[in-house]
Structure formats: structure tokens, C-alpha cells
Design a protein. Structure first.
Lengths: 344, 320
């Protein structure tokens, strides 16, 4: 049976990391073999579950059947390129190439692409895996990789790339048209730069093709029938706006969230209760803030409802990140329970 | 109204000099809000301002009832135009308007295999972005009739923002022809000049953002070879919890509501307090590490982006 993908999506600061960790713990406690992949550069995932995480997956102590990892961009890029570049000499040439340095700078910030490649790699290397929970990059960046293949594809395909590859091999078979274009380009930017560009393309073909193949696995997994896409928002206006634009981006890729989660909601009665009591003058700004949030919350829940077939509201738990593993597992179990109610 | 500290802002001093200010910070911190407010406050001092956005999911135009900007300027408020960077347009501006090499543009640059490559060649879009900034400040008036006194750059730090500042270093590693060497010199000179380029970092008082902010700060410092001009902590909790003796009023407040809600109210207060601690930490780390120091701007729940921008403009003292 193929493993199931669970992906939490949402703006920054909505509590995705905490929810993902709790949810993974809840799944693992049912005896499934669970992976938890984070992209959080602030390493909050490891503070939350209390284990040092790295590019390689690590067993989470105290939770059977749960392994976790984070995407470490520079380490992952170095690993993937060294795995598929022919030899040390080629690797050294690649490291010196100015275009490769620019590419690895770009990829280094494209955590979504790296996370997608990483999750396909996880599936490939752990055949017993039953569930992978992914805490994604904030906002639209999480699904940029759905469009990224076109960009990366262009680096391994395209007529100009073929011409440059032919030039790199000093091939005699170059057409007159290719020769004319390359000569013109050389005239503008210089022959040395064209040579660097040709070397760049010659060296990155294999590693980029491997990445593209994994991106394709990730994309198909994302579209699989039992994949759970969970759209998370907090009760902040910006987070809710983020959820709406994310759901639009997902729809344009023919992806549909399984549930919309409004995280950190406050009891509806709170605002009314505060209105009914005398507020000390010094507390006025604080109470105004709480009231404004409570008012905004109703609008946000209403806006989130149409984003997915299921709407889940989870309570504000101000001290959750300091409350320890049990509180985390309880939150995850609540989410898991809600999600299971709609399972056939 | 809760509008944070009504102190003169460092941003005003910080942005007095550089003609081009990069507003940097990760997605969701309020970068575009700060960019729009800076532009409006300059415009109120009679400057013509351009906001150059790149790879933005929530463009500024619609906040002000305008269309989302394309490659051509859209006016969003008096004196403030917005443009969304487009590599296509930048290439045309460079080859046709600037080099006056229309033939080269049509026959080589627009030739499909080359155009395709230009879209994906790593580092190239960043180079043209910086090149366009140079063009906008030096030649756009004479070549395209575009006159701007000031430019605000709004580009995400993850993805494009800080690699932008590395463009001179990238260009220095490339072995190009004479024309390329000339362009790299121009760009490097512009970036090295504090009267031309400045950087402002926008951040949030959240524990998980602190480390990234300090990394971004370090990266700006390394790339520009000088400290960022200022930093702004958005969604500050200072005015919400730093009241005289919060212990006393908080106890009185929580005593009046039901036990479950009392617990929640106390928890929310603790969270806001933790944010205040994070803010203090950020201020301590950044105030000496920026030219002009750190500002705070309060969270305004339930406000539209346009209202938040006006509140920040007011705090920037743009009523002159």
C-alpha cells in the first residue's frame, strides 16, 4: 500500500509547526510508521518535539515509529549534486562555476522545491512508511514548486541548452542556425561567459534530471486520492487572507484542501463577557485588542468555511509550546479525531 | 486608538539619504505596508516616488483601489507609482531604449531559444533587476520620460530580496565582455554608495523570526559592506502590555470573568508579554547594528491594509 501524505499549508505564524508535530505524534501512537518533515529554518519543530533535527531523518525519542527531519537547503543541495555528478573533478568545476553559484543561491531559498524533492526521496528510501506529515513553507511559497518544474525543466531541455551542450562538447554537428545564434550571443556577452554557461549546463544535467524526477513523484503524490491537504489559518486578518490566496493557488493546480482549520480560536462568549464587566483604565488597550480579535474571529471563521468541505476550529492554547509532549499529542489527537469523522 | 509609541521614527532619519531603499523581510511581516508608507510619506514631502515590487503575492495596487501593477507604472496615490518588475520589460529597456540596439533585441534576445534561456539562466533576472534600478535613477528620465526622486524596492528576502544585494559579487565572478565589465562596475559603484542605496529590515516580535532576522541582517551587512539603515518591528505588543503595573489590572480583570476565560485572558497576556520580551531582544541586538536604530509599529487588528498604511504614515510624521 502506498503511504499517505498529509500537508499543512498556511501563512506564517498560524501554528502549522506545532499542529504538524502533534498530528504526527497522534498518528504514530496508532502504530503507523510516520515521518515528519519540517522546513522551518528557525528550527522550531525541534524545540517542539525536543530532538535535534537535521537533513537526515532522526528517530524521535519516546515516540515509537516516528522519525523527523528538516530541510537544510545548502546541505541537501550539496548532497544531491554530489550524488549524481560524475567525479570529484567535475564537482570542483561545478563549485567554481558562477552560474552554478547563482543557481545554488536560488535553490537555497526555494525551500518548497527542496521540500518536495526531499519528501519524494523519503518515500523512495523508506518502503515501510505509512504516513508522511509535512510542515510547509509559509504562504504561497509552499506550492511554488508546482510551477518550478517548468523552470528547472528549461534548464535541462530547450534548444539553446542543447546548442550550448553541443558547444561544450565541441561537437561538429552544430547547425548553421545554432552557430549563428551562439556567435551573436558571444559577441554580446563574451566567449568566456558562453563557455562558463556551456560548462554549467553540461554539469547540471544529471543532478537536475534526478531532482525533476523526484519533483514529479511529489506532484503525483500531492494529487493522490487519499492525500490530505490541510489549510491552516489563525484568527489574524493577514493569515485568513493568506489562506484564501493559497486555496486559489491550489485550485489553479487542481488541488483541493481536505479541511480548513481555524487555529487558536477564542470562546465566542469572551467578548460579551468583557463587555459586561468594568475594565480598569490601564487595561483598556489590552481589552480593546482582545475584543477586536474576538470580533475579527467570527468573520475569519465565516471566510474559512467555504475553502474546504470540512471546517475545523481548534482552541487557543497559549502555553502549548511549553506544555510538553502530552499536550502536543492531545492537540494532535483532537485534529486527527476531527479529520476521521469525515472518512468514509 | 492603539498606534504604538508616538516617537519620531528612525525610519524617517534612516531614509533621509539613500535614493533607493530596499525594504527587506520574509513574507507576512508587513514589508509591503512599510514600503507603501515610506513612499507616501516622501510623496507628502513633494517627492515623486516609485515602488518597485517583485514576486509579490499581494500587490499594493488593489489596496488603494488601483489595478495590480504590471511592467508599466500604475499611480496608487498622489506622487506614488507602483511597478511590478518584469524581466521582459527590463530586457527591452536595456537593449532597445538604452543600448539603442533594437536589431540585437529582435534578432538575438527575442529569438525563441535565447529568450527561453534568459528566463531560466540563474542569476540573470537579479542582474537585470539591479540594472533596471541603475537605469531608473540615471537614464530613465532622458530615455523614457520616467522621473522619480525616490525608489522603494519591495522584494521578498526569501527567494529574491537578499540575493539582489549580492548581484555585484555575482557579476564579479562572471567573465564577460567589455560591455558586461562596464555594467558590473556601474552596478557595483551604485550599490557601494550609501547616498544611492539603503536597506531597511522589517520583522515581527516572534521567537521563530528572530534568528532569521539576525541572519538577514548579517547577510545585508556582508553584501552591502555596511550596516542596514534601520529596522522596524511590526505588530509590536508594547502598548498592549507595558501598562503601569499590569499585575494589578490583569488580576482585577481576570477576577471578573468565568474561570475558563480568565485562564485564556491570562494566557493571551503571557503570550503578548513573551512578544514584548522578543521585541526587547531584537532591539538590543539590532539597535547598534543598524545606522539609525529600531522602530516599533503596533498591531492593528481588523484594519484594512490601506488603514494600516495610513496609520504608519501618520507615525512617520507625513502630515507636513
Amino acid at each position: 500500500m502506498s503511504p499517505r501524505l498529509h500537508m499543512l499549508l498556511g501563512a506564517g505564524g498560524v501554528g502549522k509547526t506545532t499542529l504538524a508535530a502533534g498530528y504526527a505524534v497522534a498518528l504514530a501512537s496508532e502504530g503507523r510508521r510516520v515521518g515528519l518533515l519540517g522546513i522551518d529554518p528557525a528550527r522550531r519543530l525541534q524545540d517542539t518535539i525536543g530532538v535535534q533535527l537535521a537533513d537526515a531523518q532522526t528517530a524521535v525519542p519516546g515516540v515509537d515509529n516516528l522519525a523527523a527531519a528538516v530541510v537544510e537547503p545548502q546541505r541537501a543541495i550539496a548532497r544531491w549534486f554530489s550524488e549524481s555528478v560524475a567525479d570529484d573533478q567535475a564537482a570542483a568545476r561545478l563549485a567554481r562555476n558562477p552560474f552554478f553559484r547563482a543557481l545554488s543561491d536560488q535553490l537555497g531559498t526555494a525551500t518548497d522545491v527542496l521540500a518536495a524533492v526531499r519528501l519524494a526521496e523519503w518515500r523512495e528510501r523508506d518502503p515501510l512508511l505509512t504516513d508522511l506529515v509535512v510542515d510547509t513553507a509559509p504562504g504561497l511559497a509552499a506550492v511554488d514548486f508546482l510551477r518550478a518544474p517548468a523552470r528547472l525543466q528549461a534548464l535541462v531541455g530547450g534548444r539553446m541548452v542543447r546548442w550550448l551542450l553541443a558547444a561544450a562538447r565541441a561537437s561538429q554537428s552544430m547547425s548553421a542556425a545554432a552557430h549563428r545564434v551562439l556567435t551573436s550571443v558571444s559577441g554580446v556577452v563574451g566567449t568566456a561567459m558562453v563557455a562558463d554557461l556551456a560548462e554549467f549546463f553540461a554539469l547540471v544535467q544529471a543532478p537536475l534530471s534526478a531532482m525533476l524526477a523526484r519533483l514529479d513523484v511529489a506532484r503525483r503524490w500531492l494529487h493522490a486520492g487519499d492525500t490530505r491537504l490541510l489549510l491552516v489559518t489563525s484568527t489574524h486578518d493577514t493569515a485568513a487572507a493568506g489562506a484564501v490566496s493559497l486555496s486559489r493557488a491550489l485550485a489553479s493546480a487542481d488541488l483541493h484542501p481536505h479541511a480548513a482549520i481555524v487555529n487558536r480560536t477564542w470562546p465566542a462568549a469572551l467578548a460579551a463577557e468583557l463587555d459586561a464587566v468594568p475594565v480598569p483604565a490601564a487595561a483598556e488597550p489590552f481589552v480593546a485588542y482582545v475584543r477586536a480579535h474576538a470580533t475579527a474571529q467570527a468573520a475569519i471563521v465565516a471566510a474559512a468555511a467555504p475553502l474546504a468541505p470540512q471546517l475545523i476550529t481548534l482552541p487557543a492554547l497559549p502555553d502549548i509550546d511549553r506544555a510538553g509532549r502530552d499536550a502536543l499529542a492531545a492537540l494532535g489527537a483532537t485534529l486527527h479525531h476531527h479529520l476521521q469523522r469525515t472518512e468514509p | 486608538m492603539v498606534h504604538g509609541q508616538q516617537k519620531p521614527m528612525q525610519l524617517v532619519a534612516a531614509s533621509a539619504q539613500p535614493r533607493i531603499v530596499f525594504v527587506l523581510g520574509k513574507g507576512g511581516v508587513g514589508r509591503s505596508t512599510v514600503a507603501a508608507a515610506l513612499a507616501s510619506s516622501w510623496a507628502r514631502r513633494q517627492a515623486r516616488v516609485l515602488i518597485l515590487q517583485w514576486a509579490i503575492s499581494d500587490p499594493i495596487g488593489p489596496w488603494f483601489g488601483a489595478e495590480p501593477a504590471g511592467a508599466l507604472p500604475v499611480t496608487v496615490s498622489p506622487g506614488v507609482d507602483v511597478v511590478n518588475f518584469s524581466l521582459d520589460y527590463a530586457l527591452r529597456a536595456y537593449f532597445v531604449d538604452h543600448l539603442n540596439a533594437g536589431w540585437l533585441y529582435r534578432r538575438v534576445i527575442r529569438a525563441r531559444p535565447v529568450a527561453h534561456l534568459l528566463e531560466v539562466a540563474p542569476g540573470l533576472a537579479e542582474m537585470f533587476f539591479i540594472g533596471q534600478l541603475w537605469w531608473l535613477t540615471n537614464l530613465a528620465a532622458s530615455e523614457a520620460g520616467l522621473r522619480y526622486d525616490r525608489i522603494v524596492v519591495d522584494a521578498p528576502a526569501t527567494g529574491h530580496g537578499s540575493p539582489l544585494l549580492d548581484v555585484p559579487a555575482t557579476m564579479a565572478t562572471m567573465r564577460g565582455a567589455d560591455l558586461f565589465a562596464l555594467e558590473s562596475r556601474r552596478v557595483a559603484d551604485m550599490m557601494a554608495d550609501p547616498a544611492q542605496i539603503g536597506a531597511v529590515i522589517v520583522t515581527l516580535p516572534e521567537a521563530l523570526v528572530v534568528r532569521e532576522t539576525l541572519e538577514l541582517h548579517q547577510r545585508v551587512r556582508t553584501s552591502l559592506g555596511r550596516a542596514p539603515n534601520a529596522a522596524l518591528v511590526n505588530r509590536s505588543a508594547a502598548s498592549l502590555v507595558a501598562q503601569p503595573d499590569p499585575g494589578a489590572w490583569l488580576d482585577r480583570l481576570t477576577a471578573q470573568v468565568s474561570p475558563a476565560n480568565a485562564q485564556l485572558v491570562a494566557g493571551v497576556h503571557r503570550e503578548l508579554h513573551a512578544r514584548l520580551d522578543t521585541e526587547t531582544q531584537l532591539r538590543n541586538r539590532l539597535s547598534d547594528a543598524t545606522v539609525h536604530g529600531v522602530d516599533s509599529f503596533a498591531e492593528l487588528p481588523g484594519h484594512t491594509p490601506r488603514q494600516v498604511v495610513s496609520a504608519l504614515v501618520q507615525q512617520l510624521g507625513g502630515n507636513a
